[in-house]
Design a protein around this ligand. Structure first.
Ligand code: SF4
Length: 930
């Protein structure tokens, strides 16, 4: 008997007894027994729900071996106890052949020149059912269908369409975009985009799910992703956001051809966003840095690696001996692997001798790490994204997942469309708002006030999980008393959100038995960012939403490996494994591991590095993969810091705004050219595998660090992720059981104990810190508003757009730029009317720090008084305008609240046009007059 685990019933497949799970279909059982493709199908795909349209998967069933048989579609017929299934009877074989024959009557038989020849599912199925010839006259409908090559990525040739609806269902069930639909009836049926427009003019978000689902070449992409041409396929992990999507990369002659999403990837199940699937051509872009550069007489000149290394080592040694180790600092990269980040912090701590090490978490989720550590003891997501399948309510605070974390965003959208209530707390009407039950559209900077109201109404409604709080938490009574004393009238006024709405949403959150929260930079990038994180933790604890499936506090971490960078000790107060560097016993622990003495003084955080540089206390900085001039607030001030340094090393893949100020530039490699591990937002440590060789002239970041370590006299083996992971497992307690060879395709979620068992849910029995701690914080107005709002009465809040990633260094060098090529300012219609601005007008946006000019979009997505834009384009440098205020605890910049004003301006060419027009008008008028 073929057995399965757990409770099972028995059915018979071609006479063989097989156990099946309740609800399992015939097709899923046979796929499990014999592998996919044993029963031919056309409309079925593993990433889609059963559809039962094509009937190619027809089988016969009977209640007994010799009972009367009937034909059913295997894909959507559930098994029942003692059912007999006959897979290959004459009747079903004839039926399958006839169906495929009818499909082929109206399909071009140009297989040899088709892009998917050899990988076409129709071709495979036709061969499997034994098709040799088509008896019917050729249909003409496919001939009328033109190719659509309008889009930078997506293509269609609907002459190849077999009307299986897989693309339509992928767009609906995977992405939730509803761009594709089946139009017409009978022979006239065809796929349309939007209201029968092109890909380029539709609302397509280029996720490629339709192209991957299409069994033929009817829908494809410019990379011909389903072609069999490539010679090798390598599995790796996306380099953009913290979702951690797995990618299957096809290569030929050491060049990337295309990327698909593995169906068995636990994180992304055959799905990606357009960044992961299509935005890869930056990796061999002509502008890639291909040689070390040294600035001489104001110009960069190409030098050998040896010369670059010698310069770096000489200058570091000189600065250290003259000014001490604390005059040197490093900024490591969340784009780099865990192993590289571990090496960089080790270099700064063990070789230079300071704790001056930090990374971009400082400008995104440092408040999450700090805040959650105060509440729970661990600064990482408590649950797994797959818990979305179990939760009964989703709370999103200050995040725009469909743009920032698109695969998780799509998953949230799917759950909400299936009836899971959604609460959105955000100043902007983000894409998920129309799906939400509650949108609490607060004024930027008032998260603490709103979440305190939320807690107030939960307490008032008697919905606190008293037993959870009593058994597992501390300081709740202090918190409760403080919350009860709040002035709700005042909080309603400052947030601008109707208390009734807050009350209803709070009661909805506290009334379900499983509520899951997600938060993003709209929480952390505030002066009260860390406090807001602790309040979100409070909400989870007071409702018992911790330590189980479908609950928890789940930060949507920004960059692909920002979680890993922090885990590896890329922060100035905690070393690898979040151990407190100031404690003598920890100092001893690291000294034993690194074999040298280490400092117990807390190092500089990034903003402190900039201040120290301007004060001439910090003399040298080594920045890896971080464009601080573009991505940190108040660009002019960051430039001042860069130019104040005696010696700046920038390790990058492109010349960036920051690299322009470097003394030495080291050409590094992208994720496609190296191996290591990334840790995703759900603590999942996954293997990143080199797909192509590093571009000539470049080096793997980890090897560069090792080279400098060795030249500075510290013996470190050449970069090898397997060896380094072993070393990390000896230093980082929650990596104890992680081995390169045992990570498998889907990785492991830390903590991983010695025997290799990983952890999907944190804080199940007790919190990492023992008891979960409640903190009360009063809302205070941002200093930015206090100081500047009279002169600059509007609040600017910034964020990311789907097509681009942060400073856009990579995405701006791909087809994504064609889809979105500039930062745009969203203005409420009322404010736009007051200033005489229409969509498309050019606007000067200014603050006390500086100004930028952007095109306007008049939009109800923001309330009156609020403006919104992205910060992806150095041409605009939006961070010229943003505030210098910071989170009080972590020093994360307050990007989300900048006091600004704006006015309509004319661009130079528009002014020219108007001047020319006026001249022409004058000429015409005078000639008429004459
Ligand atoms: Fe990459 Fe994030 Fe998109 Fe997944 S959702 S493909 S990890 S950018």
């Amino acid at each position: 008997m073929i057995k399965i685990r757990g409770e099972a019933k028995v059915a018979y497949v071609d006479g063989q007894a097989c156990e099946f799970e309740e609800g399992e279909t015939i097709l899923s059982l046979v796929d499990r027994l014999h592998g996919r493709g044993h029963i031919p199908t056309l409309c079925d795909a593993p990433q889609l729900e059963s559809y039962g349209a094509c009937r190619v998967c027809s089988v016969e069933i009977a209640q007994s071996e010799n009972g009367s048989r009937r034909v059913v579609a295997a894909c959507h017929t559930p098994l029942t106890e003692s059912l007999h299934v006959f897979l290959e009877s004459d009747r079903v074989q004839r039926l399958r052949r006839n169906i495929v024959e009818l499909v082929l009557t109206d399909h071009p038989l140009d297989c040899l020149t088709c892009e998917v020849n050899g990988n076409c599912e129709l071709q495979t199925v036709a061969a499997k059912v034994g098709m040799r010839s088509v008896r019917y006259p050729e249909g003409k409908h496919h001939m009328d269908r033109e190719k659509d090559l309008s889009h930078p990525y997506m293509t269609s040739d609907l002459s190849k369409c077999i009307n299986c609806s897989r693309c339509v269902r992928a767009c609906d069930e995977v992405q939730g975009q509803f761009v594709l639909s089946m139009f017409g009836r009978g022979f006239e049926s065809r796929i349309i985009k939007g209201l029968d427009t092109s890909f380029a003019n539709s609302d397509c978000v280029s996720c490629g799910a339709c192209a991957q689902a299409c069994p033929t070449s009817a829908i494809s992409d410019i990379f011909r992703s389903k072609s069999i041409e490539p010679t090798a396929k390598t599995r790796t992990v996306c380099t953009y956001c913290g979702v951690g999507c797995n990618l299957e990369v096809s290569t030929k002659n050491n060049e990337v051809q295309s990327i698909q999403a593995p169906v068995d990837a636990e994180v992304n199940h055959a799905h990606t966003c357009l960044k992961g699937r299509y935005a890869f051509r930056f990796y061999n872009h002509p502008e890639r840095l291909r040689s070390p550069l040294i600035r001489r007489k104001g110009e960069f000149v190409e030098v050998s690696w040896d010369e670059a290394y010698e310069t770096i080592v000489d200058r570091f040694r000189e600065i250290r001996s003259k000014w001490g180790a604390d005059a040197i600092a490093g900024i490591s990269s969340a784009r780099c692997t865990n192993e590289e980040n571990y090496l960089m912090q080790k270099f700064i701590r063990a070789v230079i001798g300071t704790n001056n090490i930090d990374c971009c978490a400082r400008v995104c989720h440092a408040p999450t790490a700090w805040g959650m550590q105060q509440s729970f003891g661990t600064g990482a997501a408590t649950n797994s994204t797959s818990d979305l399948e179990k939760t009964e309510l989703i709370l999103i605070v200050g995040a725009n997942p469909t743009h920032g974390h698109p695969v998780t965003g799509a998953r949230i959208k799917q759950r909400v469309m299936k009836g899971v209530p959604l609460i959105v707390i955000d100043p902007r009407e983000i894409e998920l708002v129309p799906y939400a039950q509650y949108h609490l559209q607060l004024r930027p900077g008032t998260n603490v006030a709103l979440l305190n109201m939320f807690a107030y109404f939960i307490i008032e409604a008697g919905l606190v999980d008293e037993s959870f709080v009593n058994e597992r938490c501390e300081d709740f009574e202090i918190f409760r008393e403080k919350i009860k004393q709040l002035d709700i009238d005042e909080l309603e006024r400052v947030t601008g959100v109707d208390r009734k709405l807050v009350r209803e949403a709070a009661i909805a959150y506290a009334s379900v038995s499983r509520a899951m929260s997600f938060h993003g930079l709209g929480v952390t990038e505030h002066s009260q960012g860390s406090k807001t994180v602790m309040l979100i933790s409070n909400l989870a604890m007071m409702t018992g939403n911790i330590g189980r499936e479908g609950v928890g506090v789940n930060p949507l971490r920004g960059q692909n490996n920002v979680q890993g960078a922090a885990d590896m000790g890329v922060q100035p107060h905690q070393g690898a494994g979040y151990l407190n560097v100031t404690l003598p016993e920890i100092q001893e622990y690291y000294e034993k591991s690194y074999g040298v003495s280490v400092s117990t003084d807390i190092g500089y955080k990034i903003p402190q590095m900039f201040d120290a540089a301007k004060e001439k206390k910090l003399k040298s900085l080594w920045i890896i993969g971080e464009d601080v001039v573009q991505s940190d607030p108040n660009s002019a001030d960051v430039i001042k810091a860069m130019t104040s340094l005696d010696f700046l090393v920038v390790q990058e893949i492109f010349m960036t705004e920051t690299a322009e100020y470097a003394d030495v530039i080291l050409p590094a490699t992208s994720f496609l050219e190296k191996s290591g591990t990334f840790t995703s937002a759900e603590r999942r440590v996954q293997r990143v595998n080199a797909v192509v060789e590093p571009l000539k002239g470049t080096k793997v970041d980890g090897q560069i660090i090792v080279d400098v370590m060795n030249r500075m006299g510290y013996k470190q083996e050449d970069y090898d992720p397997a060896v380094l992971l072993r070393e990390i497992s000896e230093v980082v307690p929650f990596f104890k059981g992680i081995r390169w060879s045992e990570l498998g395709e889907n990785g492991k979620q830390w903590p991983v104990v010695e025997d290799g068992t990983d952890t999907k849910i944190l804080h199940k029995e007790t919190f990492k810190r023992g008891r979960g701690k409640f903190h009360f914080w009063d809302w205070v107005e941002s200093q930015e508003i206090e100081k500047n709002s009279e002169e600059y009465p509007f609040i600017l809040t910034t964020g990311r757009i789907l097509e681009h990633y942060n400073s856009g260094t990579m995405t701006r060098r791909t087809g994504n730029r064609v889809i979105c090529g500039e930062d745009i300012l969203a203005i409420n219609p009322r404010d736009a009317a007051d200033k005489g601005i229409e969509t498309g007008d050019y606007v000067r946006l200014f603050s006390s720090r500086g100004e930028v000019q952007l095109h306007a979009k008049v939009s109800g997505e923001v309330k009156p008084g609020i403006l919104y834009t992205t910060f992806h384009f150095p041409e605009h440098l939006v961070n010229n305008v943003t505030s210098e205020e910071k989170d009080e605890e972590s020093l994360c910049p307050e990007y989300k609240v900048s006091a600004v004003d704006f006015e309509k301006v004319l661009r130079d060419n528009e002014e020219m046009n108007i001047k020319e027009g006026a001249e022409r008008m004058k000429e015409t008028t005078s000639s008429v007059d004459g």
